[in-house]
Design a protein around this ligand. Structure first.
Ligand SMILES: *Cc1c(COP(=O)(O)O)cnc(C)c1O
Length: 419
């Protein structure tokens, strides 16, 4: 978890006062520090690139803001996209199609046609998808997502690689599927697996790479296809709590690249970090509307709920919170930080000690860059909030807050109901 500068009791991000950002752009607001984003990308890229050719496929479902994508495009990132919408968004942000790899599940024929038209790379998830893609185009490079039988993650909801999962080519069908792709005329380039999201240990990655290396060699021996890249997916966790350890990237990169180079003739390693790149680049600022002493519990009612940040309500996730305008004050009591949504499951943080919160204070929610804005919704008819980019002392709007009118856009009242 990152420390922020304290300027006479005010939390600073990227050289800008959080209180000034809240006043100028309104709340709730997501605030991203461009320098941290660039540092995170470079840290993970460089850790692997010193061992072998490396492609970082940023898993853009974590955060698809066009400005953030443009920064990662400047850094030379590749993209892991999971929908045609994400592919088109990344093309709009300037990514060349060759640097976008699509990995979908239960993909429709219409989506496959649209993907082929963009020229992006396709990572095929099932035998059905392979046969249906073959009817559209075969002289193209492809790869396969396989089910490795290794699962990991911060919540059962985001574990994707276990035996019997809905994702990927089942392990015992992998060889026949590669053989079939060759027979259909595809240029089969790689193998991919993704175990899940947000684990902090290196073990699942080593396990999945062992499984993939074994398959690379069997594919070579049994079908004659020499694969060029191995993609071991994303899921590299980040510390959300002050005492959480960081993932040791150097150890991870060394172990993985060593195994790949020792055991296979693979030339390029690919990985798909989403959370790792964007998570701690961004905080959510939300203002205190209401403070309530409800007997056994004290509530701090803020203007962001699970419509703005769903992770606590959906996954029981922990996000560190601080009062941004009382940044060096001593804490006075324990509070529940809750939002404006009419459900008791609507909370941002449980049982946190805070320094005497009052109406008008600004709560900073840490590590909000991954699966924050991208999972937000206008539930309870609260329009989605703004996003701001800070860089070396300057703040810029990168997404306008939605307006009430936006809630009605696309809705149609049949004429007969208006009479
Ligand atoms: C979600 C996802 C990722 C990224 O997971 P993170 O935990 O954000 O790193 C990578 N690959 C695939 C296929 C995914 O679905």
């Amino acid at each position: 978890m990152r420390d922020y500068e304290n300027d006479k009791g005010t939390m600073m991000i990227g050289g800008v006062s959080t209180v000034e950002i809240a006043d100028r752009f309104g709340t709730p607001v997501y605030v991203t520090d461009e320098q941290i984003l660039r540092q995170n990308y470079r840290a993970i890229h460089d850790a692997f690139a010193k061992h072998m050719d490396t492609e970082i496929h940023y898993a853009c479902k974590a955060n698809t803001n066009l400005a953030i994508l443009s920064i990662l495009n400047q850094e030379g990132s590749h993209i892991d996209a999971v929908s045609i919408g994400e592919v088109l968004t990344c093309l709009k942000a300037g990514f060349p199609a060759e640097r976008i790899m699509y990995t979908g599940v239960n993909v429709s024929d219409a989506e496959l046609k649209a993907l082929v038209a963009t020229g992006c790379r396709i990572n095929v998830d099932s035998q059905s998808e392979l046969e249906r893609l073959a009817k559209i185009k075969t002289d193209m490079p492809i790869s396969f997502r396989i089910t490795p039988g290794v699962a990991s993650g911060h919540s059962a909801k985001v574990m994707t690689g276990g035996k019997g999962a809905k994702f990927g080519i089942p392990y015992d069908k992998v060889i026949e599927t590669y053989a079939r792709a060759k027979e259909l005329g595809f240029d089969v380039k790689g193998i991919h697996a993704h175990t899940g999201s947000g684990g902090l240990t290196t073990e699942p990655f080593s396990q999945v790479v062992d499984v993939l290396c074994g398959l690379v060699n069997r594919i070579k021996n049994e079908t004659g296809i020499q694969l060029e890249f191995l993609d071991f997916g994303g899921g590299i966790g980040v510390p959300y709590k002050p005492q959480d350890p960081e993932c040791d990237l150097d150890e991870l990169a060394f172990e993985i690249c060593d195994t790949i180079k020792d055991e296979t003739e693979i030339r390029t390693v690919a990985l798909e970090p989403g959370r790792y790149i964007v998570c701690d680049s961004t905080i959510l600022l939300t203002r205190v509307n209401d403070v309530k002493d409800a007997g056994p519990k004290k509530y701090v009612g803020v203007d962001a709920g699970f419509n703005t940040l769903i992770r606590p309500a959906m996954y029981d996730s922990y996000h560190y919170v601080a009062l941004a305008n009382k940044f060096n004050k001593a804490c006075t009591a324990k509070y529940e930080v809750v939002g404006p949504i009419c459900e008791s499951g609507d909370y941002i943080a449980h049982e946190r000690v805070l320094p005497d919160p009052e109406e008008g204070d600004i709560v900073a929610v840490y590590c909000a860059g991954a699966y924050g804005f991208s999972m937000s919704s206008p539930y309870n008819s609260r329009p989605r909030c703004a996003e701001v980019l800070v860089n070396e002392g300057k703040a810029e709007l990168i997404r306008e807050p939605e307006e009430i009118e936006d809630l009605w856009r696309h809705q149609i009242i049949p004429e007969r109901l208006t009479r």
